[in-house]
Design a protein around this ligand. Structure first.
Ligand code: 5GP
Ligand code: ZN
Length: 142
């Protein structure tokens, strides 16, 4: 637990949170400033700053919880869709440095747009550059 982390404080019960799921390694609660009714945050119960740092024995329950809460949330607020996203790191706009997956219910004509709307101009990459990037990602995994 990090003493100055708001999400650690919610998991510990030190500050109130509208908890919707408590598992062995994962907790989920309502976002305090929701983008839509039913906006849920899924977090590892132990303080972890970035998705990259998520413990191996936490990864499955993390995704299983998202998988479970997507239909539950849609049903609860009668939403036909959800946007599911992680802002991973400062440059991506992560404001709370404790991993959290947003599950945001979406409605027709809610003006949210697709996640592609976050970006402006897209890079114009040649086939060779795309091949290089794919090679580099494969190499980085091994
Ligand atoms: P980020 O920009 O880091 O991906 O998202 C942080 C999210 O945490 C925001 O959607 C914000 O509304 C939510 N948030 C910030 N402070 C609190 C809090 O004290 N309680 C809860 N439940 N959510 C919070
Ligand atoms: Zn934390």
């Amino acid at each position: 637990m990090s003493t100055d982390c708001i999400f650690c404080a919610i998991v510990a019960g030190d500050i109130p949170g509208r908890i919707v799921y408590e598992g062995e390694t994962i907790t989920a609660f309502l976002d305090a400033n929701p983008l839509a009714p039913g906006h849920v945050l899924v977090v590892p119960s132990d303080h972890t700053e970035r998705l990259n740092d998520l413990a191996n024995d936490t990864v499955s329950e993390f995704y299983e919880t998202v998988h479970d809460l997507v239909p539950a949330t849609e049903k609860a607020v009668d939403a036909p869709a959800t946007t599911v996203a992680v802002n991973n790191g400062d440059a991506a706009g992560q404001e709370v440095p404790h991993v959290h997956c947003h599950v945001v219910p979406r409605f027709a004509n809610d003006d949210g747009g697709p996640i592609h709307a976050v970006f402006g101009d897209r890079p114009d990459l040649s086939d060779a550059e795309l091949d290089d990037v794919a090679d580099n990602i494969r190499d980085a995994r091994s």
